[in-house]
Design a protein. Sequence first.
Lengths: 482, 638
Amino acid sequence: MLTLILIVLPLLVSISLFFVRNERWARNLALTTALVEFGISIAALVQYFLYCHCQLLFRFEWLANYGISLKFGMDGLSMLMTLLTTFLVSIIIFSSFTQKVARSSTFYSLIILMQAGLVGVFTAFDGMVFYIFWELTLIPAYFIAAYWGGENRIRITLKFFAYTFSGSLLMLVAIIFLYFRTPLPHSFDHIWLYANNLNPAEQVWIFLAFFIAFAIKVPVFPFHTWQPDTYVTAPYSGSMLLGGLMSKMGLFGMIRWMIPITYPVLNRTDGLFIIFPLVGIVYASLIAIRQDDLKRFVAYTSIAHLGLVAAGAMALNSQAMQGAMIQMVSHGINIVGLFIIIQYIEARTKTTSIRELGGIALKAPRLAVCFMIILLGSVALPLTNGFVGEFLILLGLFKYYWLYEADAGLTIIFSAVYMLRKYQRVMLGNTNTVTESFTDLSFKEMIPLVAILIMVLWIGIAPGMFMQLAENGVGQIIGIIR
Amino acid sequence: MTILISLIPFLPLFGFIILGLGCRSIPKRVASFLGPGTIISSFILSIIALSDYLASGIPHPTSFHLAPWLSFGGFSAGFDFLIDPLSILMMLIITGVGFIIHVYSIGYMSHDEGFNRFFAYMNLFIFFMLILVMGANYVVMFIGWEGVGLCSYLLIGFWFKNQQFNNAAKKAFIMNRIGDLGFLLGIFLIFTNFKSFNYVNVFDLAKTMAPGSGTMIAITLLLFIGAVGKSAQIPLYTWLPDAMAGPTPVSALIHAATMVTAGVYMVARSSVLYVLAPATMEVIGLASLATMFLAAAIAIFQNDIKKVLAYSTISQLGYMFLALSVGAFTGAMFHLMTHAFFKALLFLGAGSVIHAMEGEQDIRKMGGLKNALPKTYWTFLVGTLAIAGLPPLSGFFSKDEILAHVFSAGQSMWIITVAVTMMTAFYMFRLLFLTFYGNYRGNNHPQSRLHESPSVMTVPLMVLAFLAAICGFLNIPELMGGKGILKEFLAPVFADAVKLSQVQHLLVPERREWFNIVLVIFLVLLMAFRAYRRFGLRDAGHEMRDAGSKSVFIRLAEKKFYVDEMYDTVFVKPVLKLSEGLHRFVEIKFIDRIVDGTGNTIIKFSNIIRYIQAGNVGVYLFFMIIGIILILFFNIIL
């Protein structure tokens, strides 16, 4: 039941927000909803651990003739992603309060709609319902970027829309095709889809369709070129939603749908497809080193980090996949933290160009400390959240093929190179005319960052609960593969 | 008991948290009490741990599990600690020397506005360093391993207004990370082979394996890559001289006495694995010989007081690795300990000199400081005699033990080692004479303003001088009628390694050993004398006279053999070029162009049918979605 509330509540609020004219009320309603959602997901978590890890299933026969049912549930994977979604949406809404937003009731309505879509994607256990929510998230994402975005927003968001949408269409075709290969009576239920009887050739086509759809969404090299432009042009809340949550849809889709359905292809091709994200790690890391725009820089680091997650997901062993789940959570937290920091910097200096910044640490020690801790999470220092996931992914990749690990491990070196370079240019050194009158963070600005720092350290120091959730969910997927 | 022991690392962590959070509100007086206070408490607890270990009838190591951390698929790497002689020795060195340097810092940093921040970082460093040596598995060691790297980064770039210091800090972190990747791969290989991260389990299994297996060589080599980065050996040593950008107490504590010895500790800790990989031992031997020789050669021609000591540190770390490579694990740990005392002493002495010279670090502009800074001079002299290896100071005993082992393992190695010992004596006495003897040559800084440091700085110098002088007696070799207290203490740790050792040792007659000792002492004294002749009597005009006659080797050594420049051309610049090239050509002109091309073709195609349809995006999307629904609908029906 809680799962259903998690989806329906934001849907209802989103619709009613359209009609709220008072902007103050609108944003307070949005924040309240996000916090209530976060509370509900905590309640779901408690229930999950109290009642023997059962799936909190909700099922309603929707179009029974076609085997479509509204089937939602929470296994370990969904639980993790739902917690991440409700946590981050609260943070995102709160951090947007420091900025003036035009037509804010529509803006917050779209964010809340996005949340409904995301929770739907992460909890759907029916292929068609998954697809519907998958597309549902694209609508608010597109409009947020297209209406509240910066330069060239129409051209860039159209590219984003067309690119991801064409990927989704491939997935739709694949899901429908799969439906006809499920045992009789045909159904879109995940158990039926897992139990398909595709022949090897069909498996390859279905795999490719899924792979491309998910790879575009993450994005995985070389399907990533929509992403840097979109992150740059979208408003901060939009970039956070895209980078923190929407990218996880692709990775989650790989683990929940692509791998259990078409793992024989991954086995037969013997790690061929892992090469894409592996190349992406090095490629995007290298490009990130010389980026001047902070948002574009974060976009490229994201391609590198998520490449590692995608590689971990496809290594088909429990350590790597468990690490991938943890790393999805960590990356979501860290990238939102980075975007918040960039948002604060741009609000004060009116620029995101690294060349124009410098010496901020002298003026804003609080910001410097927050930035440093999130940076340490991003470079995966032990006792921060980044380490736990990266360690497991690299260990799993090592078991898969040591050379893959050696390549992916380069991220340890590269992340230090690009992160420290940018930190040095932005925060250290002496102040200049742009940063001379930089003011430190206010109490209100600290709140979302402190919440993020707590998560960075919590997952880093005591990851037990998160690891258990990931292990439970991954165990089932691995069980299917074996 | 375990509660008390687990407090040892967490007291400094507590200090870090308090000082870090109250960075701007805590008064200096409180910070100068709290910062060293946590460390001395840990030191006292370490002594309790030592006496507890010794008191327990038959001494045996204690290990305990503090909290779970990473657990997956039935395996786990928790916060586990192991208290055995090796970790106790390291804990005592870290907290002992750490405390002395903290006290010294009260004086050295007293005028710095970042006083609290400094002590916060130093406390954090001690925490990570203790975690490194107290951990009972490789993953916990890795926490400390990376953590001390972070603190090193933060403290090298402590004065972050200066971008050159920041560059040095960044370089240190990145070079360490290169090593860390090797270390991590080594941990993974250990795990895949032994199904555990725990020292005890790993070593127990390893003991049953045949020596010289490929896996064992791979594991040890990968771990050694980590040590190369952390302990500044060839080829990853260039960060350490640059690291001198940090405040001098940092150089003393992190970049001389403790952190850089982590690699030595790690190899000693993994001694069972290393003795089973003779090929790795040979690699370590060669790398360390090359490192100690190269670094000593560079040290002779440096003019920055801290740079001389930095290259000396690299060279002395080479000694320790050389000792490890011939299976002299106790010798390595012994030298680690004596080096911690005398090198910390020398750095702090250098700090006192720099303090008196108000920031001047060029020894060509010093000279004759002996009268103005008597306490600094006398303690510095003790440090110099100790590192040069003159009896009865500590360096003599620890170097002698290494030299004796090296001699019995191979005479050509021994000759190089003796040569490096001579070079060490030469550059150290050169440093001593140029700084404290001859005439004062500082032209920017009037001699009358020279002043001895306050006692909060000189007392630590004296304590360290005392330790550097006497701690050699802890391990007097049997040759001289000693019992080798340290050797006995550490024996249980290295018992397995000694049993499994593959290194062939010659039996050296006692007479020959005595001859070697006397020969080395004579050569060291000769070098001291030569240094005195050349540098002891300098006045201001001396510099001009030796300008003309420089051999190629000297010119190269003065320029540090252009290694930094080479790395810059071979690695740094190409990576930056590649970064830009990839973005400009591959990303924008190739990949994105294909994507845009595909999109544009579709748009062009749609332009043709534009006349039929309304032509705006919204309508297209509308029809798209209608289309999907129709496809879906028909598919399901059919």
